[in-house]
Design a binder for this molecule. Structure first.
Ligand SMILES: NC(=O)C1=CN([C@@H]2O[C@H](COP(=O)(O)OP(=O)(O)OC[C@H]3O[C@@H](n4cnc5c(N)ncnc54)[C@H](OP(=O)(O)O)[C@@H]3O)[C@@H](O)[C@H]2O)C=CC1
Ligand SMILES: O=C1O[C@H](COP(=O)(O)O)[C@@H](O)[C@H](O)[C@H]1O
Length: 493
């Protein structure tokens, strides 16, 4: 039974891996915020499941420092924890899942009841857990939806093995593959900016746009996650998923409708026009300690005790992708991501070509549309204007939509809140379909293999810097012009 989306029915949200890091830092806080804001079906029960022997009180204690509790919410918070239960069991024994099923069933009064399973478990137990859910826990009087987190494999073969495994157990419409960047406000805004504004529609192409730069920067290193990270590296961790998802939303054609499958069809189509990345199109880096820095900044990636001393895993990567279709042929899409850099930032820069037929003696700078995903959502369009007053000089300025100024009262929800709510509502628009994954791995697997097999050494860059110096040269080679002359004056309110 799939089509039972209706908030009047009982729902059970089962969190597998309830003793883990993701659960305490992200999922419990998220379900509390949704519950607090009355966004979930009234009859929702939450059940945690993991091997650890613990109680709901223990979970509550562990989550304490990650949950924001506002004054006045105390009573509701108590009620929230009363709606929680916990069951300790193995991941590989069907009998434990049969007992979990009995527990879920106890709360399911009435003819219809729905179940959502959130898999916050490591890839090693993934297959066992999904088989056991399928065999012992699917709802017989409502829908069963399964939320899964990356990694969705580590190359084309492992990813397709995983997809085939899941396809043997669940229908695609039951699967919700999370890429949490798809839950971010400005990423969700990309389609509106592009397709609801006639001003952008006709200029969004190779005739007008010189290059597109999509960046992700983090000001901290692997921080104890070195073990996991070393097996994946920044390309798998951020570029192949978050940045490629953003690219597909920036570059896809207008979908037939807002139907999730129409959108995902267009995303897949544009990815199919991208050829696998070659070594000359990529630059990789690895951070080293900054002797002048403070605390962790002094430590390089290789100083992490969980990282092999000769590791060549990249913590920084810049790759240029080309979309071989009529709209984009020849336009570089530059994806850039790194850890231990100088700031936290995720943004898209759409850089327009120089205005042809120069009459301003080279003083006119390129237009640039900046979509800042974080921190502080903003959309600004850099343009040239006449300097105010008697002069006829040019000035670089901007049309600026900064959310904190324009939408002071707006409460921008966290990505996970939106995405988990989407699962309750049954909308897959912001989730990754299996054919998107196939295309993403087709583009990235050859280069990942080449880098690993040839043991290609990443370029060192200092903790807290902007990344390898060579990266700026790559930008220039790919028609991204940085003038350094743009100055932003924060408006005084
Ligand atoms: N609405 C708002 O809140 C607005 C805020 N601003 C703020 O004003 C500031 C400047 O705006 P911004 O658009 O970033 O201006 P710029 O075009 O001057 O870009 C500055 C960025 O360029 C990059 N950069 C520095 N050196 C080089 C180089 N040699 N080659 C290539 N890139 C280089 C750096 O980012 P990186 O290290 O990532 O390469 C730097 O942060 C920002 O802090 C921005 O957030 C501006 C407009 C509106
Ligand atoms: O998926 C991941 O994303 C986080 C960054 O997420 P953000 O929402 O804080 O921008 C990153 O730290 C992590 O390495 C990666 O796995």
């Amino acid at each position: 039974m799939e089509n039972t989306t209706d908030f009047q029915y009982p729902h059970t949200f089962i969190l597998l891996g309830a003793s883990g890091d993701l659960a305490k830092k992200k999922i419990y806080p998220t379900i509390w915020y949704l519950y607090r804001d009355n966004l979930l079906p009234e009859k929702t029960k939450f059940i945690g499941y993991a091997r650890t022997k613990q109680s709901v009180t223990d979970i509550r204690e562990k989550c304490k420092k990650y949950i924001k509790l506002l004054p006045g919410d105390e009573e509701k918070f108590e009620k929230f924890w009363q709606s929680n239960d916990y069951f300790s069991g193995t991941y590989d024994k069907r009998v434990d899942f049969e007992m979990l099923n009995q527990l879920i069933t106890k709360f399911e009064k009435g003819p219809v009841a729905n179940r959502i399973f959130y898999l916050a478990v490591p890839p090693t137990v993934f297959e066992d857990v999904t088989v056991n859910i399928r065999n012992a826990c699917v709802s017989i009087k409502g829908f069963t939806r399964v939320i899964i987190e990356k990694p969705f494999g580590r190359d084309d073969i492992s990813s397709s093995k995983l997809s085939n495994h899941l396809a043997g157990l669940f229908k695609e419409e039951q699967m919700y593959r999370i890429d949490h960047y798809l839950g971010k406000e400005m990423v969700q805004n990309l389609m509106t900016i592009r397709f609801a504004n006639q001003i952008f529609c006709p200029s969004w192409n190779r005739e007008n746009i010189a290059s597109v730069l999509i960046s992700f920067k983090e000001p901290f290193g692997t921080e104890g996650r070195g073990g996991y990270f070393d097996d994946f590296g920044i390309i798998r961790d951020v570029m192949q998923n978050h940045l490629l998802q953003i690219l597909s939303l920036v570059a896809m054609e207008k979908p037939v409708s807002l139907n999730p499958n129409d959108i995902r069809d267009e995303k897949v189509k544009v990815l199919r026009h991208i050829r696998p990345i070659k070594q000359e199109d990529i630059l990789i880096g690895q951070y080293v300690g900054n002797p002048d820095g403070q605390g962790d900044e002094k430590l390089g990636y290789l100083d992490d005790p969980t990282v092999p001393k000769d590791s060549v895993t990249p913590t920084y990567a810049l790759a240029t992708l080309f979309i071989n279709n009529a709209r984009w042929q020849g336009v570089p899409f530059i994806l850039r991501c790194g850890k231990a850099l100088n700031e936290r930032k995720a943004e898209v820069r759409v850089q327009y070509k120089d205005a042809p037929g120069d009459i301003f003696n080279g003083h006119a700078k390129r237009n640039e549309l900046v979509i800042r995903v974080q921190p502080g959502e903003a959309l600004y369009l850099k343009l040239m204007s006449k300097s105010p007053g008697m002069t006829f000089d040019l000035v670089e300025t901007e049309l600026d939509l900064t959310y904190s100024m324009r939408y002071r009262e707006a409460d921008v929800p966290d990505a996970y809140e939106r995405l988990i709510l989407d699962v309750f509502m049954g909308t897959q628009m912001h989730f990754v379909r299996s054919d998107e994954l196939t295309e993403a791995w087709r583009i990235f697997t050859p280069i990942l293999k080449e880098l690993e097999e040839q043991h290609v050494k990443p370029v060192p860059y200092r903790y807290g810097s902007r990344g390898p110096l060579e990266a700026d040269m790559k930008l220039g080679e790919n028609d991204f012009k940085y003038s350094g002359s743009y100055k932003w004056k924060k408006p005084v309110c």
